[in-house]
Design a protein around this ligand. Structure first.
Ligand SMILES: Cc1ncc(COP(=O)(O)O)c(C=O)c1O
Length: 371
């Protein structure tokens, strides 16, 4: 950070660290190209535009994800179409995706939710059959692996976030990775006011915006990449320990299923499926409040995107009236009380810290804790 400060080269167009970071991120994710951007939302938006998404096009996203997966499409004038999730894994359900594809579908955006890879082999297969590209939302899944392959460049493009809560963080920040040279050049130009690599400063071959990362953020992120393999192992070990201990001590709180293709789970969230009847009828929201009062970093999680009136109004105003819609019962159930999240930093603690989580769950199960 001090080197950057003293260098006077604080922006991505002057320094070298942002470029280094982009190359390292591409390497970690088995991609030929990496591009750093201001945040994950804009990485998704640029990714969609690079894939050719234009106003009025449909983009299939899961209903159970952070709202930015959908609003990135809206930012490009496109219409998000909500697919349901598998209730066991909480990952986008390829069957639901398939039922929503129309001639207006211009991209599919699977989310590697909680750090767990989506079912990429089925999704890539169906996307190829329909001739639709895939933009992976890997905002929560740095260095996760699907059947041994790093996420991000399994589809056509992959987007990452370095926002405060993420496993790699610079407060804010984002990135794209891809194996496709043409997509990379398009995304590069979109994030750099329409310039072209190697072109003149005021040579704007396309329309783009300033969506660049700063050298300060790259300086914060580069050393974290050195630590990432160790942190991934640490979270994997802690998640396995926590799952074992919860299974032994707590009824009605079961970790989300880990699908067989999730060879490396990034564990951005440790998701528990919550059965209120095993907790004396205590609602999920009440249980989360009580857990938080015990000092456990936890969350109720998302509102299902198909239940957000502001999104529905925006979609209605952009839609041609032919936009497909299907109920998303599994996403609604997760949002309405079937799951709770424990945040990733808990998984960097030691066994005593993890035992705190088990003790708090046991206490709440016995009717203790604040209500
Ligand atoms: C799944 C998902 N997609 C997109 C984003 C957006 O990233 P950012 O906050 O960096 O814009 C986030 C995180 O915030 C996320 O969790």
């Amino acid at each position: 950070m001090l080197e950057v400060l003293r260098s006077g080269s604080w922006g991505a167009t002057q320094g070298r660290l942002v470029e280094q970071l982009a190359a390292r991120l591409a390497g970690v994710h088995g991609a030929r190209h990496g591009l750093c951007l201001a945040n994950g939302t804009l990485a998704l938006a640029v990714g969609l535009r690079a894939l050719g998404v234009r106003p009025g096009d449909e983009v299939i996203v899961p209903a159970y994800t952070f709202i930015a997966t959908a609003t990135a499409a809206i930012l490009m004038g496109a219409i998000p179409v909500f697919a349901d999730i598998d209730p066991a894994t909480l990952l986008i359900d390829p069957g639901s995706v398939e039922s929503l594809v129309t001639s207006r579908t211009r991209a599919i955006v699977p989310v590697h939710l909680a750090g767990c890879p989506a079912d990429m082999s089925r999704l890539v297969d169906l996307a190829r059959r329909h001739g639709v590209p895939i933009l992976e939302d890997a905002a929560q899944a740095h260095a996760a692996r699907c059947d041994g392959r790093a996420v991000g460049a399994i589809g056509d493009l992959g987007a990452f976030s370095f926002q405060t809560s993420k496993n790699l963080s610079a407060g804010e920040g984002g990135a794209l990775v891809t194996n496709d040279e043409e997509l990379f050049v398009r995304a590069w130009s979109l994030h750099n006011v329409g310039r072209v690599p190697g072109g003149e400063w005021y040579q704007h071959e396309g329309v783009g915006w300033n969506l660049r990362l700063t050298e300060f953020q790259a300086a914060v992120l580069l050393p974290q990449l050195d630590l990432l393999p160790e942190l991934i192992q640490r979270r994997e070990r802690a998640a396995a320990y926590l799952a074992r201990r919860i299974a032994a001590e707590v009824e009605g709180a079961v970790p989300a299923s880990r699908p067989p293709w999730a060879t490396t789970h990034a564990w951005h969230l440790f998701v528990l499926r919550y059965d209120a009847s095993a907790f004396g009828g205590r609602s999920r929201d009440d249980a989360v409040r009580a857990l938080a009062a015990e000092g456990i970093p936890c969350d109720e999680g998302y509102v299902s995107l198909d239940a957000i009136p502001a999104l529905a109004a925006e979609i209605a105003s952009q839609s041609t009236g032919r936009t497909p819609a299907a109920p998303c019962p599994a996403s609604r159930a997760a949002a309405d009380g079937a799951v709770m999240w424990i945040r990733q930093q808990v998984l960097l603690g030691d066994e005593e810290d993890l035992e705190d989580v088990v003790r708090a769950l046991v206490k709440i199960q016995r009717g203790g804790g604040v209500t």
